[in-house]
Write a protein that binds this ligand. Sequence first.
Ligand SMILES: *Cc1c(COP(=O)(O)O)cnc(C)c1O
Length: 498
Amino acid sequence: MNADQFNALCLPATATLHQALEALNATGRGILLVTRADGSLQRTLTDGDLRRAALSHVPEDSAVSALPEQAPVTVGLDAGLPTAMAVLDKHQIDHLPVVDEAGRAVDIMFRRELSQRIWLSSPHLGEEETAFVEDAFKTNWIAPLGPHVDGFERELASYAGVGHGAAVSSGTAAIHLALLLLGVKPGDTVFCSSLTFVGSCNPILYCNARPVFIDSQPQTWNMCPQALERAFEWAQREGRMPRCVIVVNLYGQSADMDALLAVCERYGVPLLEDAAESLGAKYKGRASGSFGAIGIFSFNGNKIITTSGGGMLVTNDAQMAERARKLATQAREPAAHYEHIEVGFNYRMSNVLAGIGRGQLRVLDQRVEQRRQVFDIYRAELADAAIEWMPEPEGYRSTRWLSCFTLPGTDGQSRRDRLLRALERHSIEARPVWKPMHMQPLFKDAPYFAHEGGDFSKACFESGVCLPSGSNLTQEQQGRVIDQLRRALQQAGARATV
Ligand SMILES: *Cc1c(COP(=O)(O)O)cnc(C)c1O
């Protein structure tokens, strides 16, 4: 429902019953919002109310205000979905006006809409996954390893243009193994992008190593090469050179790999590429995930392709890949009696899930196109809105895993929160941009190197929004998101100028 459609539901209390009937007929929502001269909501008016008025012989030309008084059932702007649902159920109604502090109707929630939630990023299966999974069942290769694991490793490594892959149970597990392969020991320092999901850096703590966080740059929203340089200068002074640098590719877009690799190479420190969110993206024509000494991908449920849960470590170093597979299977030595020399993990991917992955990989390029199209529609439809889309610099090809924007100007965080609440009222799952790691209580003692122009990841978090971006988002669903977003942005603008 857009702003015009909402305004058409609002009827002045001075209108006649006949006018109300016409408005109900024209809007077709089964409800009108009767407003007083001061804009406050007097009551709601339904087909049933008008039918009862006709049966009691109230003349058609009397004003709506002549009907028996009836206090409307409403919720406030802060009401969440569970509260709204409870009110709808309690009163056995299907629509619920939302009123502001002054009692004005500013929105309306519909039961039907609430039951048709629009997700941020939901799994989207193709046609071949079931065939691969059925094959796993038929051949009884259900439990760990098997031909689909080998096939998935081969096919994904080839897609990414990297020599070898090791399929594991999650992207986080892949990062943990990568840190061990790069020799991270207790007490070591590890640099990591601050603007990311905690899965990027929890493994630093698993290794009892010490994280140092690096800010992003506005051009890419990814690690800022200058901030990285300053972190290295500091590390050199402190005698705390990092064992590796975890560079995250956020929301489907590569970081500036040329610049970051140049800094890392100058200091002789390997780069670990967290490409969990950027599978299918390109940087200067080369696949994202192929730039670091090790790259990792995630196939978690909300990622661009999914195995319901899983991850992959990729590298050109055959020995490293072999060692990753060993560490992921309890570090078992090649002996029939299960010999163990070092600590290992139970991190391998199962053959069934690898089958899903092989099917998903076949539709990956299509999923990239679909996500990019979702973004293009948002950008075209909201061209005049006061928002700044996540940029895609020349030479980068993002998958637009999530369509994200920031709200320019001051007071971004409270405007962002109002906007998210407005979308939530229509059962649209949108989210703030990741809360940076240097702002997390878990990492409060970790050093942080900000972008020279100011703390970019903090600003990005405070005013940033991620929109529903699934490759299976229908046009009708996206239309709903766009309508609500436009209204919410207009309201936020109106409020800011009051
Ligand atoms: C999803 C994600 C991970 C972790 O992947 P899982 O498979 O969920 O463990 C790591 N880093 C980033 C940036 C992610 O988005």
